[in-house]
Design a protein around this ligand. Structure first.
Ligand SMILES: CC(=O)N[C@H]1[C@@H](OP(=O)(O)OP(=O)(O)OC[C@H]2O[C@@H](n3ccc(=O)[nH]c3=O)[C@H](O)[C@@H]2O)O[C@H](CO)[C@@H](O)[C@@H]1O
Ligand SMILES: C=C(OP(=O)(O)O)C(=O)O
Length: 419
C-alpha cells in the first residue's frame, strides 16, 4: 500500500488547477446509461472512483474513451443489468446505476453500495422513491432486485431529510418515466444542478434543480449530448485550507467561489484572505495562526460535511477553541485521533468535536481512514514540523487528482512512497 511522506513547514506559492468534481462526474457518467447515443463529458477527473465506475459501465455494455479529461461514453445497448458487488462496494455513487438501468431496461440487480465508512448510510430513501415510481423492489443476499415491468411512472416524492444521492437517483430514474415527478425537500448541492444540466442537454426536462423542489417531466428518449463537469468544490476548499494552514498564496484556477457555500465565510472569519478572480480563486495567508471558528455541517449551502475534516486540521493550530458539529454523518470524526498523534488537542463528544488550538503540530506516522479524513492529515502534515507519513493513500486516490504533483508544483515537500 502506498504512503505519502510529507516534510512540513513550507508555505505554498503558485498556481494550482482545480479538477472536475468527483461527486458530479460519477453521477453524470451514470446518466450515459439512459441513452443509446453517446455522451461526451469534459473536465472529468482521472480518479480511482472514476476508473471503477468506468469498469462498471463497461460491463453494462457502454464503450468508454478517455482523451485527456474528456470522456465519451456510449451505451448503444445494455449488455447486463447486473451491477456486481466487487464493482459497487468501494463507493457510493455506483449505486446510482440502478435508476437508469431500471428506467431503460425495466429491471436491474445492483449490489448495495460501499463508500467511505462514515456512518450507516442506508439507501432506503432511494428505494422508496423508486417504489413510488412503480418499481417492485426486493433485497436478496446484499443485492437490490428491482423490476418495473410496466415501466416507471412519475410520482410525488417528499424526502424526510435532505439526501444528495437519493435526489440524484430519483432524477436519473424520472427522466424516462411516464409523466411528471416532483421531488420535495430535494438536495440543493451544486452537483444536483450539474446533473440536471447534463440531463437537459440530453433532452430531459428537469427544472428547479438547486432549489428544494425539483420537477422532472418524463420524455420518451434521450439523445447524444456534451457536458462539462463543474469544478470540484471540495478539492477547492481543501487547497484553500492547505494555504491557510501553511501560509503562502495560491491561485486556484477553474475554482468557483459560489460553490463553497458557508465555507467561504468561515474561512474568512478564520483570517484567510479569499478573492474571486477571473481565472478562479486567490487565497492568501500570512503564516500567522488562524482564528478559531465554530462550524456546523449542513446540506448546501451550509458548511459541507466533506470539508469538515480539513477544517478540523486547520483548527488544530488556530488561536483559541473551536467547536465542530457534524450533523450529516454519525461517524465522521475518525481523523480526530490521527490528528492527535501529531499533537492536536481534540475531544469528541457525540457529534461535537472541541478543538483547542496548539502553537504547532509535529509530524508523525498517521493512518488515513476515509477520503476527506486523509486530506485533513495531508493538510496537517504540510503545516507540521518534521516528517508526517500518511498511510493508506488509496483513499486519497479516490478523490484528489494528481495530489502530490499539484502540491509539489507549489513548493510542498510531499512524495509517494511505493510499497
Ligand atoms: C458520491 C457522493 O456524491 N457522495 C456525497 C454524497 O453522499 P450521499 O449521497 O451518500 O449522502 P446523502 O446526502 O444521501 O446522505 C445524507 C444523510 O442521509 C442518510 N441517508 C441517505 C440516503 C438514504 O436513503 N437514507 C439515509 O438515511 C445518510 O446516511 C446520511 O446520514 O453527499 C454527501 C453529503 O453531502 C457527501 O458527504 C458525499 O461525499
Ligand atoms: C464520502 C465521499 O464519497 P462516497 O460518498 O463515495 O463515500 C466523499 O466524496 O467525501
Amino acid at each position: 500500500m502506498d504512503k505519502l511522506a510529507i516534510i512540513g513547514g513550507r508555505p505554498l506559492y503558485g498556481t494550482l488547477p482545480i479538477s472536475g468534481a468527483k461527486n458530479s462526474a460519477l453521477k453524470v457518467m451514470a446518466a450515459a446509461l439512459l441513452s443509446d447515443e453517446p455522451l461526451t463529458l469534459h473536465n472529468v477527473p482521472r480518479l480511482a472512483d472514476v476508473d471503477m465506475l468506468l469498469r462498471l459501465l463497461e460491463q453494462h455494455g457502454a464503450s468508454a474513451n478517455f482523451d485527456g479529461s474528456t470522456l465519451t461514453l456510449h451505451a448503444k445497448t445494455i449488455a447486463s443489468t447486473e451491477a456486481p458487488y466487487d464493482l459497487v462496494r468501494k463507493m457510493r455513487a455506483s449505486f446510482n446505476v440502478l435508476g437508469p438501468l431500471l428506467a431503460r431496461e425495466g429491471k436491474a440487480k445492483v449490489s448495495l453500495p460501499g463508500g467511505c465508512a462514515i456512518g450507516a448510510r442506508p439507501v432506503d430513501l432511494h428505494l422508496k422513491a423508486l417504489t413510488a415510481m412503480g418499481a417492485v423492489i426486493d433485497l436478496d443476499e446484499g443485492y437490490v432486485l428491482a423490476e418495473a415491468p410496466e415501466g416507471l411512472h412519475g410520482a410525488h416524492v417528499t424526502f424526510p431529510f435532505v439526501s444528495v444521492g437519493a435526489t440524484e437517483h430519483t432524477m436519473l430514474a424520472a427522466v424516462l418515466a411516464k409523466g411528471e415527478t416532483v421531488i420535495e425537500n430535494a438536495a440543493r448541492e451544486p452537483e444536483i444542478v450539474d446533473l440536471a444540466d447534463c440531463l437537459n442537454a440530453m433532452g430531459a426536462k428537469v427544472s428547479g434543480a438547486g432549489t428544494s423542489k425539483v420537477t422532472v417531466e418524463g420524455v420518451d428518449r434521450l439523445h447524444a449530448a456534451e457536458h462539462s463537469v463543474l469544478p470540484d468544490r471540495i478539492e477547492t476548499g481543501a487547497y484553500v485550507m492547505a494555504v491557510a494552514a501553511t501560509g503562502g498564496e495560491l491561485t486556484l484556477t477553474g475554482a468557483r467561489a459560489d460553490l463553497l457555500g458557508a465555507a467561504w465565510a468561515s474561512l474568512e472569519e478564520a483570517g484567510v484572505e479569499l478573492e474571486e478572480i477571473e481565472t478562479g480563486i486567490r487565497v492568501r495567508r500570512n503564516g500567522a495562526r488562524c482564528k478559531a471558528v465554530d462550524i456546523i455541517t449542513q446540506p448546501f449551502p451550509g458548511f459541507p460535511t466533506d470539508l469538515q475534516a480539513q477544517f478540523m486540521a486547520l483548527m488544530t493550530t488556530a488561536d483559541g477553541v473551536s467547536t465542530i458539529k457534524e450533523t450529516i454523518f454519525e461517524n465522521r470524526f475518525m481523523h480526530a485521533p490521527e490528528l492527535g498523534r501529531m499533537g492536536a488537542k481534540i475531544s469528541v463528544d457525540g457529534q461535537t468535536a472541541t478543538v483547542r488550538g496548539v502553537e504547532r503540530l509535529k509530524g508523525a506516522p498517521v493512518m488515513a481512514t476515509d477520503l476527506r479524513a486523509s486530506m485533513s492529515l495531508v493538510i496537517a502534515g504540510l503545516a507540521a514540523e518534521g516528517q508526517t507519513m500518511v498511510n493508506r493513500v488509496y483513499h486519497l486516490d479516490r478523490g484528489f487528482e494528481r495530489l502530490e504533483e499539484k502540491l509539489q508544483a507549489c513548493g510542498a515537500l510531499i512524495e509517494r512512497v511505493k510499497e
